[in-house]
Design a protein around this ligand. Structure first.
Ligand code: MRU
Length: 351
């Protein structure tokens, strides 16, 4: 039985958003209990909760707990506050489409129920129900992605991953790490190489933390070692997550992913993107239309409180890059394995 930490859920009383503070991992497991929108915004922005699916769940539950504590009988007052909170949370991070997808689902549910003339108490119940559905669907998708992903792998393979697309980034067993967990249950004996993932080290702090905890053989490497380990024949497949997949298959994921994909192509290694269909945005035509988050320069020159560059020197800190569809061997979703040409296959998926 695979056990992973759930990054975003409701507390027992269903009054607060419970997060494990991922900025403190792997050294400390500290839980946060939030019901103020500014604190929830801060937790998403500062990556206390991170990973596209977990951001979506945190936003949906976050919106619910903020609305649940509002004391009013007036549905119009409640609605005004709902839209303000929703719009505010939507500005916490720009790239992962799951944030907008989850908030839009909450809004659609609100509008649907408004037509059914619900009162405020009933509306709160409907919002709770929708956020719990988002959580449950997210939990289920990991297993399905894992099963499809495992079809593409063989025992004893060497696998490379970048950033963290594991249990700590979703409500279940992750996306890119899901086949590793399922393979582990079947004694596949994978050798996983985790890129450290500069500058915030999601690979060494989070991927290594959770795979190691599960007893999976994991080795961290610095990002600039990927070419060497591929050349040495240690890697049979690359498995990564995604923050937004455009309608043509171009995929935004953690900065550095596109370089890994280009290397994989050069060395003839399959490059798999694993993610739920909620990460596919058919309204985004190509990768050029994806907004890339720019983060604080200090994360590079003064990461984790250690100054590693002169104070006066500028740093450029894009948090994501886009891997062109031509480098992607397949996209693995909870609905199946999608192959090129992606424009056609993704369109078909949503028909
Ligand atoms: O900045 P982060 O840590 O939120 O970036 C996360 C990633 O890039 C993940 O690979 C992606 O969100 C997929 S998580 C299943």
């Amino acid at each position: 039985m695979i056990k992973t930490v759930i990054p975003a859920k409701l507390n027992e009383e269903k009054t607060k958003l419970e997060l494990i503070d991922q900025t403190l991992l792997p050294n400390k497991e500290v839980f946060l209990y939030l019901d103020e929108r500014e604190k929830i915004f801060e937790a998403i922005k500062m990556l206390r909760v991170r990973g596209a699916p977990a951001i979506g769940v945190a936003a949906a539950y976050g919106l619910y707990v903020c609305m649940n504590k509002m004391d009013t009988d007036s549905l119009s007052e409640f609605k005004k506050e709902f839209y303000e909170t929703k719009d505010y949370l939507a500005t916490s991070r720009p790239t992962a489409v799951n944030l907008f997808w989850a908030l839009d689902r909450m809004q659609n549910r609100f509008e649907e129920e408004e037509n059914n003339s619900l009162n405020v108490i009933e509306m709160k119940q409907a919002l709770l129900d929708e956020s719990e559905k988002i959580f449950a669907e997210d939990q289920a998708m990991g297993k399905a992605i894992g099963e499809y992903g495992l079809e593409l792998l063989k025992p004893k393979m060497g696998l490379l991953t970048h950033c963290n697309a594991g249990g700590i980034a979703t409500s279940g067993i992750g996306t890119a790490l899901a086949p590793m967990y399922l393979g582990h249950e079947k004694d596949y004996d994978f050798k996983v190489y985790a890129d450290e993932t500069r500058p915030l080290l999601q690979g060494s702090r989070l991927t290594a933390y959770e795979l190691n905890k599960a007893g999976i053989d994991v080795t961290i490497i610095c990002d600039n070692m990927a070419s060497l380990v591929m050349k040495e024949g240690k890697i049979d497949a690359v498995l990564v997550g995604c923050d937004r997949i455009a309608a043509n298959g171009d995929t935004a994921n953690k900065i550095g992913t596109s370089g890994v994909a280009i290397l994989a192509k050069e060395y003839g290694i399959p490059m798999y993107i694993l993610g739920p269909t909620s990460t596919i945005d058919m309204n985004t035509k190509t990768g050029n239309d994806i907004e890339i988050e720019l983060r604080d320069e200090e994360e590079i020159g003064n990461g984790f409180g250690l100054r590693t560059a002169p104070k006066e020197v500028k740093a450029y800190n894009p948090a994501f890059d886009v891997t062109d569809a031509k480098y992607i061997t397949a996209i693995i979703t909870e609905k199946g394995i999608i192959r090129p040409p992606y424009k056609e296959s993704l369109k078909k998926l949503f028909e």
